[in-house]
Design a binder for this molecule. Structure first.
Ligand SMILES: O=c1ccn([C@@H]2O[C@H](COP(=O)(O)OP(=O)(O)O[C@H]3O[C@H](CO)[C@@H](O)[C@H](O)[C@H]3O)[C@@H](O)[C@H]2O)c(=O)[nH]1
Ligand SMILES: O=C(O)[C@H](O)COP(=O)(O)O
Length: 304
């Protein structure tokens, strides 16, 4: 696969601690109304990767306009908690996950940032070392995406409804250099601080697709790696809410600023005038390509 692909257990914790040396690492957890799960996410990482070994230097939860007890639950589990809207208030505040992640740059200090969702149900702390492996081992890598099996879903490597119905088709049509990314929307990913600080960050759910597209554009697809993290389950949004997520992802992927910078995107879309190559994934991960016919007939009026 052109996107460099690893497994979380390609590195031992000891390997990573040696490779880390003095490099600093921040775990960033954006959270909106996650009182039920955020304490467990923070607490488990703190016990195993801060208190027992020092792989992570700080755990920072960005409370994204929660109206439940997310702030208190995260703080009592040992995180440094900041309200997104209160970080650099002179910059204004927007709702959304991307906003919380962008604001995290102002309240964290790690040279490497690891992002994890706060709503994880089936997961383990090996996600964090797994995501750090490529950044600590391969200097050319700027951004590392996680992928995982999703128990009980349609297929083990199905990436979710928005992934399969919006992100993968968009990638096939416009950003084929990313088609080997198994789960482009995964919320578990890691990035070098300097690189994340160089990116334009959509305030909502398009933060992941934008980071992938802009990283490939700025540094080439070689700057992206992905890691098999095993199994992961999360809570699901309603189809109507996913419609809003899909709209944000389409808006970012089709933003004139992104497409304009790359005139070849238009050619790529044009190349799909008759058929598109949709890359999906089977366990392995094994790429399964599907040719999707996209032919259009001309207006019939000239032929009548
Ligand atoms: O305004 C918001 C909305 C969500 N979140 C947090 O972001 C994480 C993921 O949100 P969620 O609503 O569970 O997203 P999913 O429906 O699971 O969406 C998937 O796909 C999105 C689009 O790429 C990614 O941003 C997500 O991380 C990924 O899990 C959770 O910790 C949320 O609490 C915020 O901080 N602010
Ligand atoms: O990643 C996705 O496509 C969305 O988060 C939706 O995931 P779901 O279909 O598992 O809820």
């Amino acid at each position: 696969m052109p996107i460099r692909t690893a497994r979380w257990d390609d590195w031992t914790l000891e390997d990573l601690l040696v490779a880390k040396g003095d490099t600093t690492v921040s775990l960033v957890v954006p959270a909106r109304n996650e009182v039920a799960t955020v304490g467990e996410v923070v607490g488990r990482v703190r016990e195993r990767l801060v208190d027992t070994v020092r792989l992570v230097d700080e755990i920072v939860v960005i409370d994204s306009d929660s109206v439940d007890g997310t702030y208190a639950a995260a703080a009592s589990a040992g995180a440094a908690v900041h309200r997104s809207a209160e970080i650099r208030p002179e910059l204004g505040s927007h709702p959304g996950k991307g906003e919380a992640m962008w604001k995290s740059l102002f309240v964290t200090s790690g040279e490497l940032l690891v992002f994890m969702d706060a709503d994880l149900l089936d997961w383990d702390t090996h996600f964090v070392p797994g995501l750090l492996g490529p950044l600590l081992s391969w200097p050319e890598v700027q951004l590392v995406k996680g992928f995982y099996e999703r128990p009980g879903e349609q297929g083990p490597l199905d990436g979710g409804r928005v992934t399969e119905l919006v992100a993968r088709p968009l990638i096939s049509l416009l950003y084929p250099e990313l088609r080997d990314v198994v789960q482009p929307l995964a919320g578990e990913w890691a990035v070098r601080r300097t690189h994340f600080a160089s990116l334009s960050v959509p305030t909502g759910y398009a933060v992941e697709i934008a980071a992938l597209v802009d990283t490939a554009r700025a540094a080439g697809a070689d700057a992206i790696a992905q890691v098999d993290l095993g199994v992961r389950a999360h809570s699901h949004q309603s189809l109507l809410d996913l419609g809003a997520m899909a709209t944000q992802i389409l808006a970012a992927a089709l933003a004139p600023s992104r497409l304009k910078l790359e005139p070849t995107r238009a050619e790529s879309a044009q190349a799909c005038a008759d058929s598109a190559n949709l890359r999906q994934f089977l366990p392995g991960p094994v790429a399964a390509d599907r040719v999707v016919e996209t032919t259009e007939r001309p207006p019939a009026e000239g032929l009548l």
